[in-house]
Design a protein around this ligand. Structure first.
Ligand code: MGD
Ligand code: MGD
Ligand code: SF4
Ligand code: MO
Length: 754
């Protein structure tokens, strides 16, 4: 009967929404009319107001609409790698989805999807969907394929894989996968049993947020976050190196509520992000210098006795060392390093020292720097200095939140015979394919299976990735929904179904929800889910282990059958019926127990010292910057940051024509002063270059989005759709970060020429 209610809701809202939707932008998302938002800068600074009711495709005046017959409604969860994990309702008629909208009932989704996924219908029914297995008939990268049967595809893969294992060893088989789909089963399910059974190399999946994740435990022992719905109830929300209006659109309403409730919002970012337009302070920091800023703020707080001394005495160690270290960061020095005016540092330090409760939101974007770990470490000291940790659900810091549902039992860990299997850091993919890593010199990669990822667009040092994938002796299988640039290098290309076509389980990594995904339609063409593809491959390999007979429903039940879920009374049946359920969690660190060596918050960390870092924190210039590499800086004087755009989720959606039309050719924002010096005007075609490569971008001159010396472009248009056929990652480095083997996309010096 819940379903009936939803049906009613959908139909009534469908009719009443027309006039409002008329004001929507081309994307189907209304833009908030914020003052101070110049036209030229709308791409970045407009804040999306999520539509409150389901999205309609045409904008017919309300009076001309006759109620139509309702379709069948089913519930999905958006499996993209996105903080929001929206709950979705889809309406199906005659076997076809006719309407897709956000779930009104879910507090995070609250009815709307986002600028990109408002186009989900065009994605599912895209004319270019891969519908059949294919084999390559042209040169690698040329994109010439011929349809084959599943039998031929599976037989070819099995024969070639067995041959490579027999000749070179099982570790020469590599899986490259990331986050195209984060559904538990499509990303972390039985496919890993398949690779374990083979004895394939492991992939060290550190491209996204592992640097911060490695840094935080030095301070707190474990990383524990906060419920984003609590952003509304804090007095000070600090957005530090994150772009919520783009990457976490559904949190913006909670941040705005914080303001409406009398709270303050501060943004620390080299880029003027969407929420900067309504923030009380926008601190436009020089990229890579946040550790100096954090230490300067701590120094000011201590000098002005704004710290929470009783909290510090009870729950921390190393305060004296912190005080001494911070004293090396007086205002003048910090201002010089960070480019932030002294008065602004003081103003923020005073605000942070005096306002409670407060939340620091630590972004994933910021830590993608060679010094990302040191920056995050320094920032994590702040909440402990002012004693906001464990003080309430609306207090402390947040980076990421894990959930309890677990697919560990599906990964066939017991099938792996060699516990010391080779692991390859995904950030060094090009080098790995070309045998340039210590681990790949003797033992090459011979069979590569790519799924849930598009390395030709998203992986660093693009030239090496391209050269690696071009190797004639490399056997490559790509499983995708579309024929991406990566797919063009496949020997065998397999068609994946979408989450509208199978059952799955999803778990937020920011919100506290667990969500069930029901199929809305039958798989299109001959598409199969990742799971079914790997189960079929396992059988073809001759594997008889029962794990490869697991159905999706059984697998979902296994993931829910863990103490953290069952203890909350969450059952499969109820979850399937309601689509989503909220997890109850204790207030983070409420017990003031910290899993550090000392059992306290560590301002001084012996472990950090052992790992070769400053035991407290320090400003380390990035490996590509004026301070960090003066010679390189002379040649390449601009720092190019390439974070997310609101119109794409990494490379996904760039093949949807409306999205490309909306975005135009890939742009680079450049400060007016830099543009004037070089005679660059809006719309100029620029060559953006460094020692790794050259790409073409269209100039967007700005006085506020970036500061002088910083350039901004976006991740990650498909090479095949852009001039020069190169991804933004042609320019980015595969250097690893200082902690956790993470990526360093934003540590990237370039030069521009017309
Ligand atoms: N629309 C959209 N949403 C997404 C994604 C997407 O591709 N598109 N990707 C999803 C994924 S996988 C992830 S990991 C998250 C990422 O979510 P975010 O953490 O918001 O990531 P980005 O937008 O890539 O980068 C955030 C900010 O880091 C800033 N930054 C870069 N260097 C520095 C620095 O040195 N100091 C400071 N203070 N800031 C710096 C950039 O200017 C940028 O605004 O978003 C998710 N959501
Ligand atoms: N310059 C720069 N580069 C970056 C970043 C940045 O900020 N700047 N961000 C980095 C980060 S944080 C991340 S997380 C990575 C993301 O990197 P990826 O996870 O590789 O990115 P996506 O483009 O989202 O997805 C890859 C592919 O998965 C496919 N896919 C979607 N669903 C399915 C499915 O169900 N089955 C199969 N088989 N395929 C599917 C999509 O069609 C797409 O081609 O990019 C990184 N790259
Ligand atoms: S990409 Fe993110 S914001 Fe958009 S629908 Fe999916 S979960 Fe929601
Ligand atoms: Mo990510």
């Amino acid at each position: 009967m819940i379903i009936d209610k939803i049906k009613d809701l959908l139909t009534t809202k469908l009719i009443s929404r027309r006039s409002f939707l008329k004001s929507s932008a081309a994307s189907g998302v209304a833009l908030l009319g914020l003052t101070g938002c110049a036209n030229e800068e709308e791409e970045i600074t407009t804040v999306e107001v999520i539509t409150e009711e389901p999205i309609l495709k045409e904008e017919t005046p309300a009076e001309t609409v006759t109620p139509r017959e309702k379709g069948t409604i089913s519930r999905q969860a958006c499996p993209r790698n996105c903080y929001d994990t929206c709950s979705i309702l889809s309406e199906v008629k005659d076997g076809r989805i006719i309407n897709i909208s956000g779930d009104h009932g879910n507090p995070i989704t609250a009815g709307g999807l986002c600028a990109k996924m408002n186009h989900y219908l065009s994605w599912v029914y895209h004319a270019d969907r891969l519908l059949y297995p294919m084999k390559r008939v042209g040169a690698k990268g040329e994109g010439k394929f011929e349809q084959i049967s599943w039998d031929e595809a599976l037989d070819t893969i099995v024969a070639k894989t067995k041959e490579n294992i027999a000749t070179h060893g099982s570790e020469t088989v590599l899986k490259y996968y990331f986050s195209g789909n984060l559904g538990l089963m499509q990303n972390q399910g039985m496919m890993h049993a398949f690779f374990n059974k083979i004895g394939a190399s492991e992939l060290n999946r550190t491209i996204c947020m592992s640097t911060g994740a490695a840094a935080i435990p030095y301070t707190y022992g474990t990383d524990k976050g906060l419920d984003p719905e609590e952003f509304a109830n804090t007095k000070l929300y600090v957005s530090w190196g994150i772009n919520e209006a783009t990457t976490n659109v559904h949190s913006v309403k909670f941040i705005k509520q914080c303001k409406e409730n009398g709270g303050k919002v501060v943004v620390v970012n080299p880029i003027r992000t969407g929420i900067s337009t309504f923030a009380d302070m926008f601190i436009q920091i020089k990229p890579g210098t946040d550790a100096a800023f954090a230490l300067g703020v701590i120094n000011y707080i201590i000098e002005n006795n704004l710290q929470d001394q009783s909290f510090i005495d009870a729950y921390t160690i190393g305060f004296e060392e912190l005080k001494a270290t911070a004293s090396e960061y007086p205002l003048e020095r910090v201002s010089k390093i960070t480019g932030v005016p002294i008065e602004q540092i003081e103003e923020f330090a005073k605000l942070y020292g005096e306002t409670k409760p407060s939340i620091i939101r630590i972004g994933f974007g910021m830590q993608r720097n060679s010094n990302g770990g040191s920056m995050v470490r320094a920032i994590t000291l702040l909440p402990a200095v002012v004693g906001t940790v464990g003080a309430g659900a609306n207090s402390g810091y947040v980076y990421i939140n894990g959930g309890p549902a677990s697919s560990t039992a599906l990964k066939g860990i017991e099938l792996l015979e060699n516990p010391n299997i080779r692991s390859i850091n995904m950030n060094e993919f090009g080098k790995a394919l070309l045998g340039q890593l210590e681990t790949t010199k003797e033992l090459p990669v011979t069979s590569l299976i790519v799924f849930n990822s598009n390395p030709m667009a998203i992986t660093q040092n693009g030239k090496l990735v391209r050269e690696g994938l071009s190797r004639e002796d490399l056997f490559t299988v790509v499983i995708d929904i579309f024929r991406t640039d990566t797919a063009d290098y496949a020997d065998i290309l397999l068609p994946s179904s979408t989450f509208f076509e199978y059952e799955d389980l999803n778990q937020d990594y920011l919100g506290y929800y667990i969500r069930h995904n029901s199929p809305a339609i039958e798989p299109l063409g001959e598409c199969m889910s990742n799971t079914d593809i790997f189960n079929a491959l396992a059988k073809r390999m001759g594997y008889t282990d029962p794990i490869f007979d697991t159905t999706m429903t059984e697998a979902v039940k296994v993931c829910l059958d863990v103490a953290g879920v069952t203890s909350q009374g969450i059952t499969y049946d109820e979850l399937k019926e309601t689509g989503w359920m909220k997890l109850k969690k204790d207030v983070s660190f409420v017990d003031k127990k910290f899993n550090t060596p000392s059992g306290k918050i560590e301002f001084y960390s012996e472990k950090l010292k052992e790992a070769g870092h400053h035991p407290v924190a320090e400003y380390v210039p990035t490996a590509e910057s004026e301070d960090g590499s003066p010679d390189l800086f002379k040649k390449y004087p601009f720092t190019l940051v390439s974070p997310a755009t609101k119109n794409l989720i990494h490379s996904q959606m760039y093949n949807v024509p409306q999205i490309r039309e909306l975005m135009g050719d890939p742009v680079v924002f450049i400060h007016t002063d830099d543009a004037t010096e070089r005679g660059i005007v809006d719309g100029d075609s620029l060559n953006v270059t460094n020692d790794r490569g050259t790409i073409k971008l269209v100039a967007k001159v700005t006085s506020t989005i970036t500061k002088k010396g910083t350039l901004l472009t976006f991740n990650a248009p498909w090479p095949k759709f852009v001039e020069g056929r190169k991804s933004i990652n042609e320019l980015t480095s595969d250097r690893l970060s200082d902690m956790g083997g993470g990526s360093t996309f934003h540590t990237n010096l370039v030069e521009i020429t017309k």
